[in-house]
Design a protein around this ligand. Structure first.
Ligand code: PRP
Ligand code: URA
Length: 236
């Protein structure tokens, strides 16, 4: 287990925090931040950080890393027991108790979706289009396509980068407005500023990441980071 100014980081994400909220001292659930330190995850991360990694390799490593992060993010999902008839006997099996909704933040979040969807082909995919203003680093929301049944679902926001946290907070805001109640943010590289922004605005949103970097530079890029994730993934 690691500690940082922003909460709990744990390779095994079974940690839950509770924080006081509101004047009446009502207890509000505060979700953990999980840093996935699996050696394979860290190797894929190193590959996508490297400036010389071309887009086709960047895609391949990001897809693998997304899968590893998603395995961690879904570790605690409830399952329903069911009977399975094998060729030899009846035995006990499991199926997910709630629907899954994956929400890539366009564009770069699509890079995580490509890795995750083969694991959960039945997941619903919703889209949120958010682009940072290059001058101000503020998020500009330009598109949303969200399903109706969000309140019943486990919702996963996908974006490789959590920098200022503006885009992630805006996505979480839109999803909650549409009814989402259980949200996990999956990001490859995060930083203290982005984690603090989510903790402030959406303390109930869990975060799964492969790294917490040192911080932001004067252009609000994560350092050391990996550069512009969308440009590197799409080669544009
Ligand atoms: C990047 C990244 C996040 C956002 C993170 O997207 O994929 O969405 O910036 O920054 P923030 O935490 O400061 O909001 P960008 O706006 O460059 O759009 P793109 O994916 O279309 O390239
Ligand atoms: N968006 C990126 O793609 N990279 C960063 O470091 C910050 C925002």
């Amino acid at each position: 287990m690691f500690s940082c100014p922003h909460g709990i980081m744990n390779v095994n994400p079974v940690v839950e925090n509770f924080a006081r909220a509101g004047k009446r001292g009502r207890m509000r659930r505060m979700q953990p931040v999980v840093v996935v330190q699996h050696p394979l995850a860290q190797c894929h991360l190193a590959a996508i950080r490297a400036v010389g990694t071309p887009s086709h390799e960047f895609r391949r490593h990001l897809n693998h890393l997304a899968r590893l992060l998603f395995l961690e993010a879904t570790r605690e999902l409830p399952v329903r027991e069911m009977c399975v008839q094998t060729p030899l006997a009846e035995t006990q099996g499991a199926q997910l108790a709630r629907p899954l909704v994956c929400v890539p933040i366009l564009r770069a979040g699509l890079g995580l979706l490509d890795g995750i969807l083969p694991l959960v082909p039945e997941a619903v995919v919703a889209h949120v289009g958010i682009k940072r203003n290059e001058e101000t680093a503020l998020p500009h929301a330009y598109y949303a396509n969200l399903p109706a049944n969000l309140s019943a679902a486990d919702v996963f926001i996908l974006d490789p980068m959590l920098a200022t946290g503006g885009s992630a907070c805006e996505a979480a805001r839109q999803l909650k407005e549409a009814g989402a109640m259980r949200i996990t943010m999956i990001c490859v590289v995060s930083c203290p500023e982005g984690l603090a922004a989510i903790k402030r605005a959406h303390p109930d949103v869990a975060i799964v990441t492969a790294a917490i970097d040192a911080g932001l530079n004067d252009k609000c890029y994560i350092v050391p980071g990996l550069g512009d994730a969308g440009d590197r993934y799409f080669g544009t």
